[in-house]
Design a protein around this ligand. Sequence first.
Ligand code: ADP
Length: 455
Amino acid sequence: MKKNNFVGWEEWVSLPELNLPAIIAKTDTGADTSALHAFNIQVFGDEKNQMVRFGVNPIVSDERFSVFCSAKVIDRVKIMSSNGISELRFVIETEIAIGNVTKKIPITLTNRENMKYKMIIGRNALDGFRVSPDKSFLQKILDYNLYKLVKNYGYRRNLRIGILSMEPNNYSNLKIIKAAEKNGHHCEILNTKRCYLNIESDNPEVHYNGKVLPHYDAIIPRIGPSISRYGMAIVRQFEAMGTYCLNSSMSIGVSRDKLAAHQALVLNRIPMPNTAFANSPHDTNHIIDLTSGAPLVVKLLESSQGKGVILAETKKAASSVISAFQQLHAPFIVQDFVKDAKGSDLRLFVIGRKVVASMMRSASIEDFRSNLHAGGKASKIKPTIEEIKIAKRAAKAMGLSIAGVDILRSSDGPKVLEVNSSPGLRGIEEINKINIAAKMIDYLEKRLGVAKKST
Ligand code: ADP
């Protein structure tokens, strides 16, 4: 078959790596480099690996339809337009398909809004073709309906991800960054405390280091318990800006407040240790009576890593602890001590609607708390079907996409102790020898409609 190597003065082309399956381009043998329409160009990444994110309106008759693309920057060039005004343009390198020929070419980005041709193909793309300047569409005819296909299947793109955390170098963050970068995404750690807000209803913004933060495709909140409230406000602001947050501010809030969390568990009929709460010192005895009596666990509502959890062996000890907390105006809950758990609990790691890993944590001989930070030891464990079901239901009850569900094994079945919104990765990854960070990134891609790497 004779190869069709003629192109007309206008041709259908596609830019597969930018998820632009059909664009009508004008050939211009007078131009060396090809140019593509781009608006809202934002630079990100580090100096060595600079990227741009930009919008394209590929459909001539519908300026409202836009596709957001990201690509690696290979250069910046000064281009002189016909009216003598020079413009500094980003140059990206991407694949172009003209008929059956596919090749990588550099393309400059420029605003071609309201122009009939959203792309100019210069000599660099026409190598191997002969131009028939009086004819058009000599190559394969494409169709704007291809965009529907791209929308249905999702498309692969590089994401700009912000990680909200105060510990840039902790194991979990480094693992998340590594997993994201492996999939071609770019991560930036944003120190939660250094973010500040502009709460204008029609223009919500997050500021950082004197500048307005750009658009992120996704935010991964890794918010420590010490700044839950402020962290939630920042996540809320990103949500108001339309950014997808891997765990919503609301779900973080519910899971962090032990009282609200227990109420959410009860509402969803999820088993948990018998729990009581009271505000007034007059009710100390009454709350103790609501539980099965001593030994009892008294927990500060804002406790984390087991630091505000006390085991009161007798009723007398329990009422002293309760009085002390009441004096300090520190809100707390009182809970049955689940003795059968024998100082161990299970941590089930939930991503979306799946339990992806689990471990058992056992307290040291001197303690009843199994938190790894309190000297607990982790070991491998196969959770029962019931435990898996309960963990998934508990994460759902809080509205969390990423959750570490802590469960106590008692003689009358599993009981949920706590649901953590920023579960650590280290212990559980090491015990199970799996890459949970990669699973988190896969889930994030799925939620954002990014096609799988192989698609
Ligand atoms: P924190 O949020 O501070 O980690 P938790 O409620 O998870 O508080 O409690 C810390 C640890 O104390 C748990 O991992 C568990 O080992 C132990 N513990 C907490 N509540 C109980 C209980 N009601 N019965 C038995 N052990 C408990």
